[in-house]
Design a protein around this ligand. Sequence first.
Ligand code: 5GP
Length: 181
Amino acid sequence: MGKLIVLTGPSGVGKGTLLTALLQNHPEIYLSISATTRSPRPGEVHGQNYYFLTKSQFAEMIAAGEFLEWAEFAGNYYGTPRKAIADQIAEDKIVLLEIEVQGARQVRQSFPEALQIFILPPSVAELEKRIRGRGQDPEEAILKRLKQAETELAAASEFDIQIVNDDLNQALCAIEAAIFN
Ligand code: 5GP
């Protein structure tokens, strides 16, 4: 049997950068590709970053029970397709989900043996700077993400491990230690 790792933390905390570095160091890790109803950002590719779906396509997948978990986040839907995860775990792979808090809670119910890691920002001010600094989202979306970030930070203690992403390398080492201990 493989291993399921859930990586969570507020938008802008640097999960994406940490993931890229982690996958570079450990290409054997399987990163789950989520489905979303959000529009692609410049450079994002369907089937690579996300499966970009319409709301009705997403609703069909919910109805068919095809998601391991799904949640609404900042006005869009996001979900983890169940089948790829099950296949990879059956093949002894380490499977990584990068999802928000509500989805992580659902995984905790259905997959209690999953390792749940929460990434914290060095401070709330730094988080706001990073969310704004991305410069790709409209102001309304930024405000939604900031509000959501507050709620998410309050949930940090529910997770097995909390890692502060101040120095990227230190945070990466802490994640590697948690996964490969
Ligand atoms: P973004 O729009 O910035 O790509 O992602 C917004 C939030 O949705 C992030 O916190 C990300 O971790 C989360 N997310 C991405 N995919 C999924 C998923 O499949 N399920 C859930 N619950 N959250 C997801």
